[in-house]
Design a protein around this ligand. Structure first.
Ligand code: GCU
Length: 643
């Protein structure tokens, strides 16, 4: 058993009168949409008319919803859009929206994707909500839960899902072979019946295993022929297969660098092979040296993606899209926006976020990530002058690119509530809504999700919304300060360990001594700040103009330096850490007020997580504060306990 997430309750027959005009009634998507219309409790007894309209303005994925002469009307141009429209209509009716003024919604991002890091043994890399529901014992699982997952995803307008981990190993290498291709097709068909495309992560090194090839050099004729044959085989079996996600030359994964080739050489070789069938290659830019010597003060991991990709602008084929993590490091609670966004005007690019809370409390701490993502999306890159926001670059608008969009490493598993923490489902919901329309506010999204998931009781909505909106700032407060990141336990990435990464190979250092902390990344340091356009370059050059929250990311600073807030760095560390832990107490109190107002199960589950978070945020507070105190011997102005 598992929860229904935000989906409407189903009834056997809701007695709605449904008229479909102009759709191909044999289409599985239309059949599924009709089934949703006929069984949604919210639509009981209502009259609904859906028409395939051929209104160019709606494009392929948009819809128009209205309430006219006692009938709810839906217009779309395609059957995939009909699926999204039906779920949206159901949600709007449940949210008591007034459709007397028709609404037209067209997704802003062409690609709206989730990336699963699920392994075929059933484990999930960075999974915090149970095991995989796609894979078990090195096999693919397809059952009722699979359908309910796809419904949930489609209900938000997500249109693509990568089902397996980017680190493709073991049985996952066979997802494109005879062993699993039949089941992949079955899954792909199920996805397609809800307007969602299935993608696979690909092992770039696959032809090395073939005795007759033994190479993955993108210029080797045998390698090229191997992939051509492989693609032909895949499309013979799954004619509408969407494409591949590739992690190459990263964290031990082989790639074109092994053969002295560029990232473009590697991506294009695959892109050429898949092109005859209309598939795409999503190529990750998470390429860096993960075997760095910590004594090497010159190399800066933050530069890596830029340095490897920047000069390749214009060299990638049209069916390649670069997938760039939101920040230059790795999903830390605070990082600057990666300088590659907007930098490659002749290259398709999309943004990768992570809703799996790897570094943000692993779904044991509540951390509503949408406000953070919105900050990233509204960041001005100045790519074509003022107002060149990340959201317009990744949606393809700025450089008129058709292949563009957003994705997130997802946070689901086979736990009863799908996301470990009940409140983490707000990120799965919210990210889908944000992909569809990045202009929605975090509060609006939170409110919708709360009402659809819990109920519309004023206190329920208000308390949960306050908790969600407080949660990311609170987490940032008790975590590593001022953008420095990485003060967590190595490998697990959970809990405080200020020096955990300090003398390691990962390129993630804070370099604290008794006087200074931080990495100098301006023109006199690693030069990272110079990768941005003006006026950002100048802004990040000096501490006086660098935003407080990124001070230690960009600069090596003395502890008594006064921030724009008027506080010294050391006092900021102490204050935020005390505040962060207090914020958790406040969020906990708000939750406790909801006893009896939300389901008992949900109440208890979240209460248990809060019990842990209250304790654990204090652990963070005291470890980080004591670390700083011991380094500096500067006392807290307010005389609170430091150890
Ligand atoms: C992080 C994460 C890894 C993951 C990698 C990636 O480093 O810890 O587990 O494989 O990101 O994005 O590929």
């Amino acid at each position: 058993m598992y929860s229904n997430l935000w989906l409407d309750e189903k009834v056997k027959d809701n007695g709605a009168s449904v008229e479909l005009n102009g759709y191909d009634e044999a289409s599985k998507r239309v059949i599924n949409a009709l089934n949703e219309l006929k069984t949604s409790k919210a639509l009981s007894g209502l009259k609904i008319k859906a028409s395939c309209s051929k209104v160019p303005a709606l494009s392929d994925e948009g819809y128009r919803l209205a309430f006219e002469n006692g009938v709810y009307t839906i217009f779309t141009n395609t059957d995939a859009a009909l699926v999204y429209a039906v779920f949206r209509l159901i949600n709007l009716i449940r949210l008591k929206a007034d459709l007397k003024d028709p609404i037209t919604e067209i997704p802003k991002n062409p690609l709206r994707m989730l990336n699963h890091w699920d392994n075929m043994d059933g484990s999930i890399e960075r999974g915090y909500s149970g095991d995989s529901f796609f894979f078990e014992d090195n096999d693919i699982v397809i059952n009722e839960r699979t359908t309910d997952y796809v419904r949930a995803v489609a209900s938000l307008g997500y249109n693509g899902v990568v089902i397996n981990n980017v680190n493709v190993k073991g049985a996952a290498c066979d997802l494109i072979n005879e062993r699993f291709i039949g089941k992949v097709k079955e899954l792909s068909d199920l996805f397609a019946s809800y307007g969602v495309k299935l993608y696979l992560s690909l092992n770039y090194a696959a032809p090395i295993e073939d005795e007759t090839v033994k190479s993955a050099d993108p210029f080797d004729e045998k390698v090229i022929a191997w992939w051509q044959k492989k693609m032909a085989y895949i499309y013979e079996n799954i004619p509408d297969f969407a494409g591949f996600l590739v992690k190459a030359d990263s964290e031990g994964r082989p790639g074109p660098f092994t053969y002295g080739r560029t990232q473009a050489d590697g991506a294009n070789m695959l892109a050429k092979a898949i092109n005859p069938y209309g598939g795409i290659i999503i190529w990750r830019c998470f390429v860096y040296n993960c075997k760095q010597d910590w004594r090497d003060l010159k190399t800066d991991r933050a530069r890596a993606a830029y340095d490897y990709f920047h000069d390749l602008d214009g060299e990638f084929l049209d069916n390649v899209i670069l997938q760039i993590k939101n920040g230059p490091m790795d999903f830390q609670v605070r990082e600057p926006v990666a300088p590659l966004f907007g930098d490659m005007s002749s290259t398709n690019q999309m943004i990768e976020f992570q809703i799996a809370q790897e570094y943000t409390g692993q779904q044991r701490h509540v951390c509503y990530l949408i406000p953070w993502f919105k900050e990233v999306l509204s960041f001005d890159t100045y790519a074509v002058g003022e107002g060149s926001n990340v959201k317009d670059i990744v949606s393809g608008k700025t450089f008129s690119r058709k292949l563009a969009g957003m994705c997130a490493v997802t946070n689901t598993g086979n736990d009863f509530n799908w996301t470990g923490h009940d409140l983490a489902a707000a990120n799965l919901y919210g990210f889908g809504r944000l992909c569809f329309n990045p202009d929605l506010s975090s509060e609006e999204i939170a409110e919708e999700w709360i009402k659809l998931t819990f109920n519309d009781d004023t206190k329920v909505v208000s308390n949960i919304k306050t908790i969600l909106m407080m949660s990311w700032p609170a987490y940032e407060k008790y975590n590593a300060p001022l953008g420095i990141g990485w003060m967590c336990s190595p490998a697990y990435h959970y809990g405080p360990d200020p020096d955990g990464y300090e003398y390691s190979v990962w390129g993630t250092y804070h370099k604290a001594d008794h006087k200074y902390i931080g990495v100098e990344r301006n023109s006199t340091g690693t030069g990272y700040s110079t990768l941005y356009r003006e006026p950002l370059k100048t802004m990040y050059e000096k501490p006086e103009t660098t935003p407080d929250e990124l001070m230690l990311f960009f600069h090596r600073m003395p502890y008594d330096y006064k921030l724009k807030s008027g506080k010294t760095i050391i006092q900021h560390v102490y204050d935020t850490h005390f505040e962060g832990a207090e914020d958790v107490e406040k969020m906990n109190a708000l939750w406790l007020e909801l006893k009896g107002l939300v389901s008992e199960d949900s109440f208890d589950r979240v209460k248990e997580r809060f019990d842990h978070q209250v304790w654990h945020s204090k652990e963070w507070r005291d470890v980080i504060n004591s670390y700083f105190y011991r380094k500096t011997l500067i006392p807290d102005e307010k005389g609170r306990p430091l150890y």
